[in-house]
Design a binder for this molecule. Structure first.
Ligand code: GAL
Length: 417
């Protein structure tokens, strides 16, 4: 950002992982608007590349815990925020934002289920900028039309469609799991569809056991999808990023991908409109949610200036300008249509706005809402092995072990909220 060279302006450093496409476009746009309105300040986006924060999160955590934080940083609502930075031995390294929330009326502007998981003991610790939906199937409409297909609503329908596509020489499902989280999102949708809302939520509270036969059935389904013998996914998946998988859908070499609705922002940025969407198979009328939020480290170098920026991020106006680019919807319930002259919400986002209000909500494990990040990381290790060996029994037993270490701690965290 050019204002960084202006010594008359106080710098406010923001760290996150939005470096390309709709993610960077939207965020840079609201940063520029803030800087224009605050000629004495210079917010700058010191983003660290890597989907889902696969690189950024480790670096940010190390800096914050070492007492050398940026002014503010991207962090997912839920366990990622609270278990990494707030409810930790020695006490929170984040500043509570009660005063900011009171001054801006945020307690009335964000939904209660969001306030609940950005707060600890009644104190809010981050400002949510958006709501993303994780459990979405995206497809290339022209490819579907050419093969007489409609969006599969069950995995059985998916399998029939996949075989048709394979015969036609099209990869049925593109995956870009150079970061294992992208593959883990497919597994989460299978768990949601198999266990239902209550059963899936129970995995993260101890109410559903990881050795449940439904988890076995989920792993069997997952194995079928990944099995190279079926030829349903791209063979180069482990060398691609999530957005390179979207590229395959765009160029028609693949028909579908399962990804969060940042894929919607990515298609918009790449000026591709011929895509359709549906809940992932088995996920109809269930909204799997996550939110990108921004907090204030207790040792932020410029706390007052950062508070001004956080107030802007939470505002109806900033969220209406940002989210059409991002693919997500506003977290602020009073945020309406974007101003004239700005990018408008597209049809997908209008459907997500309606579903967010109407559907039961389940949290995303891969994006920090459902589980302690140490637990997610242990699950990801199990999934990395599974993608290579497809051993259901070994994976389930490793999931039981991985989860046993964390589920008790996780329940305690929930109980203190
Ligand atoms: C998620 C994040 C999204 C998007 C995605 C891909 O973790 O919440 O906003 O950035 O990763 O990088």
């Amino acid at each position: 950002m050019s204002c960084q060279t202006d010594e008359a302006r106080t710098p406010v450093e923001v760290q996150g992982w939005w470096t390309t496409g709709g993610e960077a476009n939207g965020f840079n746009k609201i940063i520029d608007l803030f800087n224009t309105a605050h000629p004495d300040l210079c917010v700058y986006n010191a983003a660290i590349a890597g989907g889902a924060g696969s690189v950024a999160q480790g670096r940010i955590k190390a800096a914050v815990l070492a007492g050398l934080p940026p002014d503010t940083f991207q962090v997912h609502m839920g366990h990622e925020l609270l278990d990494t930075y707030v409810n930790i031995p020695g006490g929170s390294v984040m500043a509570p934002l009660d005063d900011l929330f009171a001054a801006n009326g945020f307690n009335d502007l964000f939904p209660q289920n969001v306030l609940d998981i950005i707060s600890s003991e009644g104190h809010p610790y981050s400002v949510p900028l958006n709501i993303h939906r994780a459990n979405v199937l995206w497809y290339n409409k022209a490819v579907f039309t050419a093969n007489n297909l409609t969006a599969p609503t069950t995995w059985a329908e998916f399998e029939t469609a996949a075989n048709t596509l394979k015969t036609a020489g099209v990869t049925p499902l593109a995956i870009g799991d150079s970061g294992i989280w992208a593959n883990g999102m497919v597994f989460e949708t299978i768990l949601i569809g198999t266990l239902g809302v209550e059963g899936f939520n129970g995995l993260w509270t101890g109410a559903t056991a990881w050795d449940d036969p439904m988890v076995t059935a989920s792993l069997e389904q997952y194995k079928k999808i990944l099995d190279p013998a079926n030829g349903w996914i791209n063979t180069d998946h482990s060398s691609l990023s999530w957005d390179q998988a979207v590229d395959k859908l765009i160029d028609g070499s693949a028909a579908m991908t399962i990804m969060g609705d940042w894929a919607n922002g990515d298609c918009t940025a790449k000026e591709f409109a011929d895509y359709g969407w549906a809940p992932a198979p088995g996920n109809s009328a269930i909204f799997q949610a996550l939110s990108d939020s921004f907090g204030l480290p207790a040792l932020a170098p410029h706390p007052d200036e950062t508070r001004a920026f956080l107030a802007w991020l939470g505002s109806a106006e900033a969220q209406a300008i940002f989210n059409p680019y991002k693919g997500s919807i506003a977290a602020n319930t009073t945020s309406g249509d974007p101003p004239a002259g700005e990018l408008q919400y597209n049809a997908y986002q209008k459907s997500a706005q309606a579903d967010w209000k109407a559907n039961p909500i389940v949290p995303s494990m891969e994006h920090g809402a459902a589980a302690n990040p140490a637990w997610s990381s242990a699950i990801n290790d199990v999934l990395t092995a599974f993608v290579a060996d497809l051993d259901v029994a070994a994976a389930q037993s490793a999931l039981v072990t991985a989860s046993g270490d964390f589920v008790t701690a996780s329940r305690q965290t929930i109980a203190t909220r």
